[in-house]
Write a protein that binds this ligand. Structure first.
Ligand SMILES: [Ca+2]
Ligand SMILES: [Ca+2]
Length: 215
């Protein structure tokens, strides 16, 4: 004895004069359901999760080319558009006198990365900021460490206690002249000192063209 779903699936292979009326009615109902779903107004589609709600791997970087020679973190006007926006999986840029990896920036530029960092296990973490020139780190709106001024690759570190889970992170960097480089590492409970891995970072997906950010 076939159940109704099996009958529906096998309709195409059966001669019509052998099909029970109940199966035909079920098939017609199924076709109507498919048709009404396809013609559904856009309003119901808008209720589905939007791409803008998604958290994706890596940090969101905003790059600014400055016209003046930088000796400290620049003040960037809120309405100033970045010269480049992209996702960086890790902050792992060894020192170079060439352009910053994947960009045309050589001197006098500033980068602000935002997103979340996932703390695997509650405890005290040490963050290492190795940069030429300056870099500084904030977590949950609190500055954790600042590698101030212009200098060669110099590593500073700071400890902070964090709960497990996602925390808001802002990491800033500026390059004045000559060499540029920046590496952000950590060490914590069960984590030996290492560059913060890509899977610890996430950022909110930017809205696609024509789409308003979700509230
Ligand atoms: Ca440079
Ligand atoms: Ca430099």
């Amino acid at each position: 004895m076939l159940d109704d779903s099996t009958r529906l699936l096998s309709l195409a292979n059966v001669r019509t004069d052998h099909i029970p009326m109940k199966a035909i009615l079920l098939a017609l109902t199924a076709l109507q359901l498919v048709a009404s779903a396809q013609n559904a107004p856009a309003a119901s589609a808008a209720a589905a999760p939007r791409p803008a709600d998604a958290w994706l791997p890596g940090l969101h970087g905003k790059y600014y080319q400055l016209s003046e020679t930088l000796s400290d973190f620049p003040d960037i006007a809120k309405d100033k558009k970045p010269d480049l926006e992209r996702v960086d999986k890790q902050i792992k840029f060894p020192s170079t006198q060439d352009a910053w990896t994947g960009t045309s920036f050589v001197d006098n530029f500033y980068v602000k990365w935002t997103g979340r960092v996932r703390i695997p296990k509650a405890g005290v973490y040490t963050f290492f900021l190795d940069s030429d020139d300056g870099s500084r780190l904030s977590i949950d709106g609190r500055q954790i460490a600042a590698n101030e001024g212009t200098h060669d690759m110099i590593e500073i570190s700071a400890k902070t206690e964090l709960t497990a889970g996602d925390h808001e992170i802002v990491f800033e960097y500026f390059e004045s002249e000559i060499d540029s480089g920046c590496i952000l590492s950590w060490e914590g409970p069960g984590v030996t000192k290492q560059v913060i891995p890509a899977d610890a970072f996430s950022h909110k997906a930017a809205p696609t063209a024509g789409e308003k950010p979700s509230k």
